[in-house]
Write a protein that binds this ligand. Structure first.
Ligand code: 7RM
Length: 657
């Protein structure tokens, strides 16, 4: 399988309209329906969002103002009082959904659990009461560093219930990365587990947390709450560390939800940007609840009997919005899986779909490409006929993978929703609606109602169809990030200043390149900044560079992305060594391991190339464009006249052959 080129993607003309039978059962049944809703929302976004907020969510007190937009500061539903855990749990208890499965969980070693809405509510209330007993108050930040176990969702909802913003750190991050995030958020308490199951091995989460907290590493953290998962022996520090199963004994299952202001902080989630330091993306309560609710409802066309499965990890925004908050707010049955496909269990996804009769399946292109490689006999050996709808997220999908997904997993009859969005956007922005939008393999198609998207040049001018440019959003939406935690200036610089306001209108800069075709369909081409997307995981090249130069042997490092068949992109590092070090395979392995220690396994460079020097401009800037060419095994193209020392490039090229 070859990587798609921009040309091959743009030549993709195949059109897959939903079948009349499928469309007839959907909430939004035709392209005309979509267009009508879209135009209504565009003409008056405030009225559109207000009507959905009224119809779809429970508010303790109504708002007095729908939108206050003082760019880049935005507020939605000012004065409104709400609690997202109430909308995800309590309100369903008054209906027949009380005894419906809310959360189905499949553990990696084959154990499983199901919680009804009533049971999940009880768990969340108890968890919330334990947090309160440990001194957590409204506004206190709580770190969550857990494997994919039900307690992850329970902990998030418990925090939301008492108004304590959570910051979930992906369990694959190492102690160093965890420490940075806990420090930035000034977490007061951290919830972790003795360990997690990952690919037949135990991830020592508590041990990593101990390292992060060692020598008063994060002074704000006073308490640690530990969930027992693997049963392995861990150190418990008296006074600081507590077992969840011990503290919950005798704790009341009643915990009234805190009445939150619509704009109260719901969570902080760290994501990679252009500089070395990850950004704390801030989401608030009312707008996020509304946006994840309505996007889940319409994009996945949720029906009350559906079993819905999103394979993301709750450590990422996809897990927040489309495993926990969006589905539960809709009263859906959401499935959560602890594992990831591994060599010893290449058919695990298809086993789970068959076992639970999954109807809606949402995963990443990188996973699809790895299934293609494993072979279609695994999915073909299972009964996947329960599937009704498929989704993808995280990176562009190449048309070949799209077609395979459609044919082999979807049996040729399931629409595919290719959903473009970001940590910053809170929820899906550009996507087909399954009963309405004819899809084209590789295109995320059209913006969600209420979203005004465009492709512009650096001056903010709208570009004609089929011309590449920058993807921007032109009107605020309820799910958008509010700021970078503790750094409003970075928020302004990163998202609102690359492209200046156009005719007084502020443009949200997504950091992606895109074009629109003649039908107005969006084709997202990938990042235009120093962010790379490895297996759908977003990483900053500078973060990896800082990790590399923190090793004593490394003088300088430059990291770029290079095309990879399965991962989409892989990490390619150019490294110059300190005088007394020599390049070797063992040093290369040591440096890769060092990055794993500093950040986590997801950041392990695929390749390290030692070099005597890095190609730089006369002003000392590393010419990454050249390095990207070299890493991709292409000849260096474009202007090299600004190079300070040509011989550096010539040497690197020689190495290439
Ligand atoms: C949800 C998520 C965001 C970046 C984004 C894009 C890329 C995500 C798609 C996509 C093409 C898609 N949040 N991206 N979805 N590119 N088509 N359907 O992934 O913050 O981790 O990453 O991911 O580059 O800017 S994220």
């Amino acid at each position: 399988m070859s990587e798609p080129t921009i040309e091959s993607i743009l030549q993709e003309q195949r059109l897959f309209p939903p079948s009349a039978e499928f469309a007839s059962k959907c909430q939004i049944k035709s392209l005309e329906d979509y267009q009508q809703i879209y135009e209504r929302a565009k003409a008056d976004p405030v009225a559109f969002w207000e009507s959905i907020a009224t119809e779809e969510l429970h508010w303790f007190e109504p708002w007095h103002t729908v939108l206050e937009w003082k760019p880049p500061e935005v507020k939605w539903f000012l004065g409104g009082k709400i609690n997202i855990s109430y909308n995800c749990l309590d309100r369903h208890l008054q209906t027949w959904r009380r005894n419906k499965a809310a959360l189905i969980w499949e553990g990696e070693p084959g154990d499983s659990r199901t919680y009804t809405y009533a049971q999940l509510h009880r768990e969340v209330c108890q968890f919330a009461n334990v947090l309160k007993q440990l001194g957590v108050k409204k506004g206190d930040r709580v770190g969550i560093y857990l494997p994919m176990i039900p307690e992850a969702a329970i902990a998030m909802l418990a925090c939301a219930r008492i108004g304590a913003p959570h910051t979930v750190v992906f369990g694959g991050f190492s102690a160093e990365a965890l420490k940075d995030r806990l420090l930035d958020a000034q977490a007061k308490l951290v919830i972790t587990a003795d360990g997690g199951w990952r690919k037949d091995k135990i991830v020592p989460l508590k041990e990593q947390l101990d390292l992060a907290l060692a020598q008063n590493g994060v002074p704000s953290v006073a308490q640690v709450l530990v969930v027992a998962r693997t049963g392995q022996t861990i150190q418990m520090e008296p006074g600081r560390d507590h077992w969840w199963h011990e503290l919950r004994v005798g704790i009341s299952p009643d915990c009234p939800p805190e009445s939150m202001d619509s704009e109260d902080l719901l969570f902080i989630l760290y994501t990679s940007g252009t500089t070395g330091k990850p950004k704390g993306v801030v989401h608030t309560t009312g707008g996020y609840n509304l946006y994840t609710h309505i996007t889940t409802k319409w994009i996945f066309d949720l029906q009350d009997t559906d079993i819905y499965w999103c394979t993301a990890d709750v450590g990422w925004i996809t897990g927040h919005s489309y495993i926990v908050y969006g589905p539960l707010s809709n009263g859906a049955t959401t499935l959560m899986y602890e594992g990831v496909p591994r060599p010893s269990n290449p058919g695990c996804f298809w086993d789970i779909i068959e076992k639970y009769g999954v109807n809606i399946f949402y995963t990443a292109p990188t996973a699809i490409r790895s299934f293609i490689k494993m072979g279609e006999h695994y999915p073909l050996a299972r009964n996947l006929s329960s599937l009704r709808l498929l989704g993808t997220v995280g990176e562009p999908i190449n048309p070949e993978a799209w077609i395979w997904y459609h044919r082999i997993i979807g049996g040729g009859h399931c629409p595919i929703v290719d959903t473009w969005w970001q940590t910053e956007t809170g929820g899906v922005m550009i996507t087909p609606l399954p009963g309405a939008t004819p899809t084209k393999p590789g295109s995320a198609t059209l913006p969600f109602p209420g979203i005004i998207a465009d492709v512009v040049d650096l001056e903010g001018n709208s570009l004609p169809n089929n011309q590449g440019g920058y993807l921007v959003i032109k009107h605020p939406w309820p799910g958008m990030m509010r700021t970078v935690y503790g750094d409003p200036d970075r928020f302004r610089r990163t998202y609102w200043e690359h492209i200046p306001p156009k005719d007084g209108q502020y443009l949200y800069f997504a950091g992606d390149g895109a074009r629109k075709d003649d039908q107005g369909y969006f084709w997202v081409m990938g990042r235009v900044d120093d962010v790379i997307n490895v297996s759908g995981h977003r990483l900053g090249t500078m973060e990896i560079e800082s990790a590399l130069v923190s090793h004593k042997a490394v003088a300088e490092a430059a990291v770029v992305g290079c095309p990879d068949e399965i991962k989409g992109e892989d990490i390619f590092a150019f490294v110059t060594l300190e005088n007394n070090y020599q390049p070797s395979d063992s040093l290369s392995d040591e440096l890769k391991q060092h990055v794993v220690k500093e950040i986590g396994a997801i950041a392990r460079p695929g390749q390290i190339r030692f070099t005597d020097g890095l190609p730089k401009t006369r002003s000392g800037k590393i010419m990454r464009r050249l390095l990207r060419n070299l890493a991709a095994g292409q000849d260096v193209v474009g202007d090299t006249s600004t190079l300070e020392d040509r011989s550096v490039l010539d040497k690197l090229r020689e190495q290439d052959h």
